[in-house]
Design a protein around this ligand. Structure first.
Ligand SMILES: [Zn+2]
Length: 288
């Protein structure tokens, strides 16, 4: 395999974020959960493709599982990708209670994307704490947005792996760009999801700063959370037509989370990622 050669589980996204949260004390009982038996499974595709299953929640997690299932967040991502991409192998999205930390991950050995119930509770608690800050958006909607962005990020790893796609640079950046690529093609709901993810990265960066932690380990393959947020804001800004940008888009360039200088590059950055992912996936389009 070109990517992840000899690797075990793909280093989880937000690995550092989870460490920061433990220190910050934001994670609660979710960290004490353990993995349990599978209670049910959605029918997998007959050939390759993505499928979804849920394991029984253990010691909490029932609300989070109901949240996922009620909104069909994993199912919608799986359906979107199965409609548009022909995968030679199977990728299973599994909702579960996790044993140690609640970081989402893609494991190339098993073809499994794990979404921990505790992660959903963790994100929701951060948005609830943020409610008084004048932040825009409903807590549940923003939480759903982060979960959807996370699923697309992990699916990006899965596509790079299963389709053996060539790329340069950090795979984590490429997976973030895939999430932006899909979400920015989904109208207002997709843009809101990407903005919620950007906001959530800022929250983690802020929580780290409050506790005297650096935003990232310099050797971590993930970009610092504040940088991931800036890139998502940049793609949001760059995807809007340059003429007649609405107030909402202009507000993304606040000089702190996204500088005016970077904003000047964003239209090109977004076009590069849109064209790049479009070209990577074209030979694998469903129905070809
Ligand atoms: Zn990742």
């Amino acid at each position: 395999m070109l990517h992840h050669a000899g690797a075990g589980p793909r280093t989880p996204a937000r690995a550092w974020r989870a460490r920061a949260l433990v220190v910050a004390g934001v994670c609660t009982a979710a960290l004490a959960t353990a993995c349990g038996p599978r209670s049910q499974a959605a029918a997998p595709p007959t050939g390759g493709g993505l499928s979804v299953s849920y394991e029984a929640p253990l010691r909490g997690g029932a609300d989070e599982r109901a949240f996922l299932r009620g909104r069909r967040l994993p199912e919608k991502v799986a359906e979107d990708l199965n409609r548009s991409v022909r995968l030679p192998g199977r990728v299973q999205i599994v909702g579960r209670s996790c044993k140690q930390n609640d970081t989402p991950e893609y494991d190339p050995q098993t073809g499994r994307i794990t979404l921990c119930y505790g992660f959903i509770g963790e994100v929701r608690s951060m948005f609830e704490a943020d409610r008084g800050s004048g932040a825009v958006g409903d807590t549940e909607e923003r939480t759903a947005g982060v979960v959807t962005e996370t699923l697309y990020h992990e699916a990006g790893h899965a596509l790079l792996d299963k389709l053996d796609l060539p790329f340069t640079g950090h795979e984590e950046d490429v997976a973030d760009q895939f999430a932006a690529y899909r979400l920015l093609g989904q109208g207002d709901a997709g843009r809101a999801a990407l903005l919620a993810a950007a906001d959530n990265y800022d929250q983690y960066a802020h929580a780290a700063a409050l506790h005297g932690l650096a935003d990232a380990d310099p050797s971590d393959e993930h970009a610092p959370d504040a940088a991931r947020s800036a890139s998502y804001r940049c793609y949001l800004y760059g995807s809007a037509p340059a003429t007649g940008r609405s107030k909402e888009y202009r507000a993304l360039v606040d000089g702190k989370r996204l500088s005016k200088e970077r904003a000047g590059l964003c239209e090109e950055e977004y076009e590069d990622l849109r064209r790049g992912w479009g070209r990577l996936l074209a030979p694998h389009a469903a129905g070809r």
